[in-house]
Design a protein around this ligand. Structure first.
Ligand SMILES: CC(C)(COP(=O)(O)OP(=O)(O)OC[C@H]1O[C@@H](n2cnc3c(N)ncnc32)[C@H](O)[C@@H]1OP(=O)(O)O)[C@@H](O)C(=O)NCCC(=O)NCCS
Length: 188
C-alpha cells in the first residue's frame, strides 16, 4: 500500500521522514511514552533513525500503518492502525510529543485516522481495538472521547519491558455511535 496523507484542521498526517529523526528521538525520551508504549527504553538516536525506513516498509506490507502528526513544522506525535488482520480488524495506537500535549491534538488526529480506517475508500475495517496498560488514564480518556466502548481487563494482556502487564481493552465498531460512553474504570 502507498502511504496515505490525511489532513485535519490543525494537522497533516503523513508517513514519517528522515527530517523527523531528531524530533522523534527527543519526543521518545518522555517517561510516559517509554512506560506506556512499545518504544525501546532507553531510546537512542539509532532507534529513531531505524524507525523511519521500518515504517516505510510496513506501509508497503499493509499491516502496520503509521502517520507522523505534523502541526506546521512541529512533530506533534505518531499515530497508527496496527495489526490489520485482513478480516476487518485493527488496533489504534499513538503517542503525542510532550511539547504538543493537552491541546486536543490526539483526539483530532485520531478522528481522521478512525474515519479513514472505517471508510470503504480507506482500510474498510469493521472493528478497531484500543489497548493500554492498566492505569494509563490519559490514553483511556482520549479513547473514551473518541467513542471507544470499554470492554474489560486482559490479564497479562500486554508484553511490557519488564514482563507482561494487565491491560484495558476497548473497541469501536464501524457502525457504533461515537458519542462518549461511561467507562467503569474512569471516575468521571
Ligand atoms: C495519552 C496521550 C496520547 C494524550 O495526548 P493529548 O494530545 O494530550 O490528548 P488530548 O489533548 O487529545 O486529550 C484527550 C483527552 O485525554 C485527556 N488527557 C490527556 N492526557 C491526560 C493525562 N495525562 N491525564 C488525564 N487525562 C488526560 C484530556 O483531558 C482529554 O480528555 P477529554 O476528551 O475528556 O477532555 C499523551 O499523553 C501521550 O502521548 N502519552 C504517552 C504515550 C501513551 O500513553 N500512548 C498511548 C498508549 S495506549
Amino acid at each position: 500500500m502507498e502511504p496515505v496523507t490525511l489532513t485535519t484542521k490543525r494537522l497533516e498526517l503523513s508517513a514519517p521522514r528522515e527530517s523527523d529523526v531528531e524530533a522523534i528521538y527527543e519526543a521518545c525520551q518522555d517517561r510516559d511514552t517509554q512506560r506506556y508504549t512499545t518504544v525501546p527504553s532507553p531510546y537512542t538516536h539509532e532507534h529513531a533513525a531505524d524507525f523511519v525506513p521500518r515504517v516505510a516498509a510496513q506501509w508497503s506490507e499493509g499491516v502496520h500503518l503509521t502517520w507522523a502528526m505534523r502541526e506546521g513544522d512541529v512533530l506533534a506525535g505518531m499515530i497508527g492502525l496496527y495489526r490489520l488482520d485482513g478480516a476487518g480488524g485493527g488496533e489504534l495506537g499513538y503517542w503525542v510529543s510532550p511539547w504538543s500535549r493537552r491541546r486536543g491534538l490526539l483526539t483530532e488526529a485520531a478522528r481522521a485516522v478512525l474515519a479513514w480506517g472505517f471508510s470503504p475508500d480507506g482500510a474498510r475495517l469493521e472493528r478497531i481495538e484500543w489497548r493500554a496498560v492498566v492505569g494509563n488514564e490519559g490514553s483511556a480518556r482520549a479513547a473514551r472521547t473518541l467513542g471507544f466502548r470499554y470492554e474489560g481487563l486482559l490479564r497479562a494482556g500486554i508484553a511490557g519491558k519488564k514482563g507482561r502487564v494487565d491491560a484495558w481493552i476497548a473497541g469501536l465498531l464501524a457502525d457504533d455511535d461515537a458519542t462518549p460512553q461511561p467507562w467503569s474504570v474512569l471516575a468521571d
